[in-house]
Design a protein around this ligand. Sequence first.
Ligand code: BGC
Length: 848
Amino acid sequence: MLDTVDEALRALVGALHLEQKVRLLTGADIWSTVAEPAIGLRSMMLSDGPSGVRGPVWDERDPSLNLPSATALAATWDLGMARRYGAASAAEAKRKGVDVVLGPTINLHRSPLGGRHFEAYSEDPLLTGELAAAYVRSVQEHGIAATPKHYVANDFETERYTADVELDDRALRELYLAPFEAAVRAGAWLVMSAYNSVRGVTMSENPLLTTPLRTEWGFDGLVVSDWVAVRSTEASANADQDLVMPGPVGPWGPQLVTAVRAGAVPEAAIDAKVLRLLRLAQRVGALDLSDTALRDNGFDTAAIASHGHVAMREPIAPEPETNGKAEADISDREGRELAREVAAAGMVLLRNSGELPWPSSGPGSIAVIGEAAIWPRTQGGGSATVVPAETISPVDGLRAALPDASITVHPGVPVQTGIHPLPLTSMTDPRTREPGLRARFLDADGNELLSELRRAAQLVYLGTVPAGAAMLELSTEYRPGADEAAAARLGVAGVGRIRMEIDGAAVIDTVLGGSGDALGAALLTPDVASVPVAADGAGPISITVRHQLENDGAALGLVAITVGTEAAHTAPADAIADAAALAGAADAAVVVVGTSSQTESEGFDRTTLALPGAQDDLVRAVAAANPRTVVVVNSGGPVLLPWRDEVSALLLTWFGGQEIGHALADVLLGRAEPGGRLPTTWPAAEADVPVLSTTPVDGVLRYTEGIHIGYRAWLRAGVTPAYPFGHGLGYTTWELADLAVSAPAADGSVEVSLTARNTGAWAGKQVVQVYLSRPDSVIERPVRWLAGFATVFAEAGASVPVRITVPRRSFEHWDGGWRIEPGEFTVSAGTSVVELPLSASAVVGAGG
Ligand code: BGC
């Protein structure tokens, strides 16, 4: 059947003329592909992802489920959960008319400074690959395509459009390509090529798109570019790059037609790309291959037959993989429940001196402290951002769970700098008097092209700017809420020429971030202008902002602007004293610390692992004031926790999704166990980190550490981190016993079995991890490497058998091909990379 479908697709390609074919290979706009009604091909919608699905608009009026970010999912180490996460993403995609989810992000956590780590899974290629495969399979089972990205070595953000990565073959194969191989072998329908270069060639022109992707792994799907990553006509078209995004303007188009006519690009290369596009369309249901549909579309089915291919007299059944597509449906309630469950299952309890779990009635009084306790980061910034209908903060979650407890709240020290969007409750649209803000696009003559009521003051238009727009005008009447400081500053964040009037008087007239900045600057690194405002509470303040749309981003349809307040800078010492006093008066204290969108986001790497602002001082003061201090860390990647031994419990929530507050309350009160284990090493000090720099030198980033990243590098350096890879505490205790290792099976895999006994008083989860090592190897090796894992659940006192298959690949190394050094490998099993109570050996021959 597959052959028949393929032949039909080839026939359709053959029936299109060159211009038609080339037209299909550049996006129709920022998110969708070009339709070709003559062959029954509709446009396909692509959307970010990967922790929820945004849909074609970035708009609070069309909200999305905001699932916990990738590091949270990875910390569950739970492939079943990854499948449910994928299914929920597919359901969201269907609801939003999306065919292709632009995820998962499967680059590696090479350095903890990487700005996009929240969006990627782990420092380990096996854990990353298994999670990616589970997610991809699950999304695609529902007829929605997944897009593992960014192929390859896009493990940092500094000079992200141009940096060239230099690395050796083993590192490339054993680390960076490995998760892509797993995702492709799981059947991924697309792969996204990265912005960066590898070995001097930008990824949208790189031979790695052919080998290993197509030749060795048999990838028959579509390679979509990262947004604006294709910079050439011939070199990229001659490579295995298939689709240029976004469109409609790009380096292919008419230039590519000319290049083909001139013989610089073979037409067969174009045909191969179009075939892959049609294959994707057929998979997601965007191409109707039935004979009737073709004829209804005026397509000459006889012409197909005359190409010497099958005449499509019989309706063609879908490929086996899309047969019986699982129903993709998820209610709002189910989506939120999943978000809450994943968040708790991914929370990592790093330290607990008997403090947690609290009794279900909680401590009588709790001081909840920190900006992130009130305004948590539920997701990372940048293209991954979705707009949830509602987010539950730690304060909300604790109040809902403990309605009778006395909960006092203090924002602690400033963390998030820049502009906080005006809350909906304090804005009135001057035109309709409804809550909100009036947004108007005007042409160069001041004519109104679009006028709409927005219910948010942080606006992103991506491909939705009306044609001919020269200015975006925002107006609202702002009445500060009771809890907003009278001395707050009002201002804007954006890129380009921006003017602001308050009560009719011009207060800001400036060019922010220059004009001509790289795509995405308005979203990722906006500049801020603000002025002090005297809010006497007497009446509303009328605000008008005019943003001239003349920068590069606007030309590509990207406008991002925020109108809001900027915190007045109070001395941290006073805030810390107040917070500590509050903590001292309560039975227990919860301090929520974290990164800010200015320090951890897509678009740039972090400059330090330290927590921003005076948060370390805040934690120390609170812990000194209350011995029952629980610290909650709300970051996407590792941060330094210099006071970690001075607090009674330490819990990571990552960017925990829209239900973060409910999930946190569940974990603190023992309604859920913190199920997470570290997917990445957490260092004690920056100076200890073996692989740190993400800054290219003369445009080149050299991965000189080769195969030694993450825990492999820590073990090799003999340095102890704050918390090792795989570590995390639950609410119960475990004993592992009876390790046995089978002889290699015919496929070279080895079965590892053991018994896990829950020796504590709580039902719980453990993540059993299996590592390999090769003490006297003739080749260079990591000290040990993850070779398999399983999540285990057991009632108090119960024993469960655990079986883990270690694939042949885990024994192999790359040496111009996959090879096995015959002999004895040590198999170790335990609960982190350094907590390995059991070991045995596996004897493997060259043949597996
Ligand atoms: C990001 C991709 C994303 C694309 C579309 C790029 O800047 O690197 O991950 O899918 O934009 O938003």
